[in-house]
Design a protein around this ligand. Structure first.
Ligand code: S3P
Length: 426
């Protein structure tokens, strides 16, 4: 895919439903007794894997419309042992949350993923679930993995890494314990979509600063759920508009959960002109319309405590920093090395090919910003959807355009990305 420079991005758009919430909605819907009707579902390769997975485990998913689903659940303990391994594709959220769902079920379940997912760390999930009584076998800490459901004990678990996926897996398993409260203590706040959704579905969830607890449930019910637009899908377009002079873009109906929108705070710190209108709740999540206009940016630093609230947007922070006056730095982000690709290496090596002054550190990177367009050239998305979108943003804001090899990786989270980009750039 070749992405040409544009004079400006202009328009009003909406982005597909949030991927994190879409996975959770289908998984929780599968554990409900009755039908869950989901509107604003974010359809992508990842969330299609979740639809297929719950189908293989006994739930029925009717696709009423491209973004409307009806999930007929099997109840909290009604998961059926499938005849084959469950394929999680590229979706880390699916694999990790599903282990939590399966830990308290009857039967044995094998979960497999693609090459990228099979390289990602899975002991972080296996360890707390074993402490609860489940049998989880990994291959040297990786998928394929096997979960043998068992009666579970409630635990108090302190997260060794800030991970919403690990927190969610433990909470989902906590619904099926033999009694008591399962508590997850988190050193740094991570996205709380699971807590919000479980509460809406009738589970007893108790939240306090730095921790969340869940009690065993007898039944869940979530008749209707609307999903807001995915902030992480809006983010590449927002960053492009922030750095391409003359741009003015509004993204409507996008999720604005503060545990997801760290990029907005960071961009504001850099001098971006951002306004939020029509703040409202969509499906129990904060949402609104975000307007951004291009401006001159200055460098800033992102530290470990801030990383989880913009974890998937750090590659985009890198390109914003390239266009800012002065130095920028990211620290405490070694988790980026365990994403769909090693995103520290990927961001640094691929942006350098385009003329950026950026270098990797053990747990982040440093950028020397130049308030001008990058040269451009060729880069490789390395099979990672967030790097493909980074390449596209780099192309729009470059002097010579960017060839993005493997741009079809955007299918993982945002199949309509390039089409939407075309609408904004004329
Ligand atoms: C996700 C949590 C984050 C994020 C991922 C989606 C989720 O990972 O990077 O893309 O849906 O819970 P962590 O488990 O590192 O928080």
């Amino acid at each position: 895919m070749r992405v040409e420079p544009v004079p400006a991005l202009q328009g009003h758009i909406a982005v597909p439903g949030d991927k994190s919430i879409s996975h959770r909605a289908v998984l929780v819907g599968a554990l409900c007794e009755e039908v869950t009707r989901i509107r604003g579902f974010g359809r992508s390769a990842d969330t299609e894997s979740t639809i297929a997975a719950v189908g293989a485990l006994g739930a029925r998913v009717d696709e009423l419309d491209v973004d409307t689903l009806a999930v007929q659940g099997v109840g909290l303990r009604g998961i059926v042992e499938p005849s084959q391994a469950v394929d999680c594709g590229n979706a880390g959220t699916l694999m990790r949350l599903l282990v939590g769902v399966l830990a308290g079920q009857r039967g044995s379940f094998e979960l497999v993923g693609d090459t990228s997912l099979s390289r990602r760390p899975m002991e972080r999930i296996a360890e707390p679930l074993r402490a609860m009584g489940a049998t989880v076998v990994t291959v040297d800490g990786h998928a394929p993995l096997t979960v043998s459901g068992s009666p579970l004990q409630a635990i108090r678990y302190e997260l060794p890494v800030a991970s919403a996926q690990v927190k969610s897996a433990v909470l989902l398993a906590g619904l099926n314990t033999e009694g008591g409260e399962t508590t997850v203590v988190e050193p740094v706040p991570t996205r709380d979509h699971t807590e919000r959704l479980l509460e809406r579905a009738g589970a007893q969830v108790v939240r306090a600063p730095g921790r969340v607890s869940v009690r065993p449930a007898t039944r869940l019910e979530l008749p209707e759920l609307e999903i807001p637009g995915d902030f992480s899908s809006a983010a590449p377009l927002l960053v492009a508009a922030a750095i391409v002079p003359g741009s003015e873009l509004t993204v409507h109906g996008v999720g604005l959960n503060s545990r997801r929108t760290g990029l907005l705070d960071v961009l504001e710190r850099m001098g971006a002109r951002i306004a939020v209108y029509n703040r409202r709740s969509i499906g129990g999540e904060p949402a609104g319309d975000v307007e951004i206009r291009s401006s001159e940016l200055v460098g800033t630093s992102v530290s470990a405590g801030e990383v989880p609230v913009l974890v998937d947007e750090i590659p985009l922070f890198a390109i914003a920093a390239c266009h800012a006056r002065g130095d920028s730095v990211v620290r405490g982000a070694s988790e980026l090395r365990a994403k769909e690709s090693d995103r520290i290496a990927g961001v640094v090596e691929e942006l350098r090919k385009l003329g950026a002054h950026i270098r990797a550190t053990r747990d982040g990177f440093r950028v020397r910003g130049v308030p001008a367009r990058l040269r451009g050239g060729s880069m490789d998305a390395r099979g990672d959807h967030r790097l493909a979108m980074l390449g596209a943003v780099a192309g729009l804001s470059s002097r010579e355009g960017v060839d993005v090899a493997g741009a079809d990786a955007v299918e993982t989270s945002f199949p309509g990305f390039f089409g939407l980009l075309g609408q904004l750039t004329g």
